[in-house]
Design a protein around this ligand. Sequence first.
Ligand code: ADP
Ligand code: SF4
Ligand code: MG
Length: 342
Amino acid sequence: MSAVIEPRKPAGSEPLVVAHDLARTFDVSPPWLNRVLERKPRVLLHAVDGVSFSIERGKTLALVGESGCGKSTVARLLVGLYAPTRGGLQFDGQDAHAAFKTAEGRKLRRRIQMIFQDPYASLNPRWIVEDIIGEPLREHGILSGKAELRERVGELLKSVGLSPLDMSKYPHQFSGGQRQRISIARALATEPEFLVCDEPTSALDVSVQAQVLNIMKDLQRQRGLTYLFISHNLAVVRHVADQVGVMYLGRLVEVADKQKLFAKPQHPYTRMLLDAIPQMKHTGRSRTPVQGEVPNPLNPPTGCAFHPRCPHANARCSAERPQLLSIKGVQVACHAVEEDRI
Ligand SMILES: Nc1ncnc2c1ncn2[C@@H]1O[C@H](COP(=O)(O)OP(=O)(O)O)[C@@H](O)[C@H]1O
Ligand code: SF4
Ligand SMILES: [Mg+2]
């Protein structure tokens, strides 16, 4: 039996992915007995706290921010590995989290795939590549005959620049970059439309990163893929994104077209991240390493979560949380930008 792939809607129609006020808390309370004996309260960690965005078909939204900002939690919410505590996700016009729970969910999972940071951890070391890439084809009942399956696995390997002969090897016989290509081939097996890529090249050497990013861009063009691309590295984002969302402590602080964001960053946090990129000579600014650290999400600062690190903070900033507003053609959550004082 071969797969029936529904025709894709052209780019330019309604967004494929719409996240609305997505939030996820984790209960990190001490064990029940300690709570009772030591009278400790329940502790909730707000990993993602009201994130909204949309992604057009065939386009890439990149999420950036330092470690601990909630990027991976957003990724896991989008592919249904986590249920949201609040808010929701529309995928191609349907409520994805409602669908994930029903029989429809299987179909939806075929259309949304994820690529993880660490290709060592995400590939089963005891399986040969044929089984690793073939598994989703079998699991979703797309192909079952051995010959058909091998042919399809061979095609998938070729599509990521590997050889069909590689299918009889084990993951440890490949380099890091090749292993990440195998992960991509596996993610493509179900012919997904949306790929959530969580730091897909962060574990790789710089030279290898560029190769993998180029393969991902080629695949996007050939297949009309839509990407959510997560990275802590703005230099990487510059290479792949159409739009960029900057996250800080579980919230989006700026969302803008890539060109605008790099040419005229608005939020002080975005400026700080950009100033830390070494090779951005054309900005005319000298490189300044990122100052300070992300606060503990269990004890977030009042008002604007960035205020303890912000050179423009004032009394309003420590008292009132800025909302994400459309200002100067971008979305930005900052009182100083709103007041036009920076
Ligand atoms: N399963 C979990 N249980 C408890 N806390 C979590 C869990 N997953 C993430 N967190 C916390 O949520 C915050 C955001 O984490 P994460 O989404 O991994 O951020 P990032 O990918 O940007 O580094 C961090 O403070 C992290 O410790
Ligand atoms: S709201 Fe205030 S503290 Fe927050 S980024 Fe803007 S100026 Fe800085
Ligand atoms: Mg992460």
